[in-house]
Design a protein around this ligand. Structure first.
Ligand SMILES: Cc1cc2nc3c(=O)[nH]c(=O)nc-3n(C[C@H](O)[C@H](O)[C@H](O)COP(=O)(O)OP(=O)(O)OC[C@H]3O[C@@H](n4cnc5c(N)ncnc54)[C@H](O)[C@@H]3O)c2cc1C
Length: 384
């Protein structure tokens, strides 16, 4: 009988260690500077790509590593432990590739996944609009067929990595009266005529990650950049992409929480009040214990959703559990870490303030915590 076990195999251990060393040497030393100065970590992203730590889910037939979701979450926890802003910035391309993996034609996969895996091209996922976030079906961007081309008009908001992307996955309406069923996915290159970038947003946290609006004014693209070659499957495909990406966002949140907890644990041994180290006070020890339990639970939910995906089991619900619980944990644990540091925690001199600022967006993007509850609610009641 097959046993459930939580032991990583030799290759997984090696990959995790490689990602950890990369985080120690190439991410942590720069994290504060990147955040303070809002510097996009382009060179570090390129090095991570060259070391085989990014876009692990792109198949070998397209020049990618061809690894599973489980390997991907192991790496992503370590990268976010290094710096959550780096992890978000580096993951943008994977998110944009997800709907290509799940819905593109073979020819499109060769072309666009090949560019990412073999040439280190960067990409962004452009779905959210100024007036449509959680309610994706309310999106207004249109794509109208004109001979061998589509003409795209509209704008997208909060697009991670937009200023550096070579191409975008864009969700647009090909039938404006058909709601979410009238949506189609497209590839748009950043040098297309009529495409323009908005200014970089000044975000609360993860400031090294580039977030912008983008605008399409009569942007003409070849019709063969319609993903999957037929209209209308775009919404479903963009949602399927989330089943692939959410375990990784949960892994980022787990890595962030672990980093905050480790800082708090260490500090609790260095700082004394009332004649003993902080961690000898039971109230602080219980806080640390709660942090650790939630981190362990986040990781288990993350691994479960990744294993479901690798086993070909529909992971919509398990990915929603993981993403929501891990994001909420990252927020709680980083807030408690600031508490353990007391006044010093409130200062940007110490890393926990940056981690607390970085955590908040994890409850917002890739489907907010409320949206995850809506997904879980829908999944558990659908057969009633
Ligand atoms: C830093 C950053 C990076 C991002 N990167 C990307 C990206 O790369 N690509 C992309 O396409 N998008 C991206 N986003 C957008 C992100 O996915 C959206 O912000 C998110 O989906 C929420 O949409 P909204 O901001 O429009 O909020 P709204 O949808 O307006 O929601 C506002 C609040 O109401 C809650 N809410 C909404 N509807 C309901 C409901 N029915 N029941 C209960 N509560 C509800 C939400 O949870 C939220 O708390 C990014 C956002 C940020 C901040």
């Amino acid at each position: 009988m097959a046993m459930v076990n939580f032991q990583l195999d030799e290759m997984q251990e090696m990959l995790k260690e490689l990602a950890h060393q990369f985080a120690v040497e190439e991410i942590r030393p720069h994290a504060e500077h990147w955040d303070t100065e809002s510097i996009y970590p382009k060179e570090a992203i390129q090095s991570a790509h060259e070391m085989g730590l990014l876009n692990l889910h792109i198949g070998e037939e397209y020049g990618g590593p061809g690894l599973g979701s489980m390997e991907e979450v192991l790496v992503n926890e370590e990268l976010a432990w290094g710096d959550p802003g780096f992890a978000t910035a580096a993951y943008a391309t994977s998110l944009a590739c997800a709907p290509i993996i799940t819905g593109a034609t073979e020819e499109q996969k060769q072309m666009w996944l090949g560019k990412v895996a073999q040439e280190g091209a960067l990409a962004s996922y452009a779905v959210t609009e100024p007036g449509a976030g959680s309610d994706v079906a309310a999106c207004k961007t249109t794509a109208v067929r004109d001979g061998d081309e589509y003409i795209i008009n509209g704008s997208k908001m909060w697009i991670t990595g937009a200023g550096y992307a070579d191409f975008f996955f864009v969700l647009a309406k090909t039938d404006v009266d058909a709601g979410y069923k009238g949506m189609s996915g497209f590839i748009v290159e950043s040098d297309a005529e009529g495409f323009s970038l908005g200014k970089k947003e000044v975000n609360m946290g993860q400031r090294c990650s580039d977030t912008r609006s983008i605008q399409f004014d009569d942007v003409r693209i070849p019709a063969n950049q319609l993903i999957g070659g037929s209209e209308s499957g775009g919404w479903m495909n963009a949602m399927k992409a989330f089943d692939m990406s959410r375990p990784n966002i949960a892994a980022h949140a787990t890595g962030l929480a672990r980093a905050a907890y480790e800082h708090a644990l260490q500090y609790s041994g260095e700082r004394s009040t009332f004649g003993k180290p902080l961690h000898k006070h039971q109230a602080i020890q219980f806080m640390l214990a709660d942090m650790k339990t939630k981190i362990e639970a986040s990781r288990m939910l993350t691994w479960k959703s990744a294993c479901d995906s690798d086993a070909g089991i529909k992971n919509t619900e398990s990915a929603a559990h993981a993403k929501r619980f891990a994001a909420d944990t990252a927020m709680e644990v980083s807030t408690d870490a600031v508490q353990v540091y007391g006044g010093y925690g409130y200062s940007e001199e110490y890393p926990v303030a940056r981690l607390m600022r970085a955590a908040k967006v994890m409850q917002i993007y890739e489907g907010s915590s409320q949206v995850q509850k809506m997904i879980i609610g829908r999944e558990i009641t659908k057969d009633l």
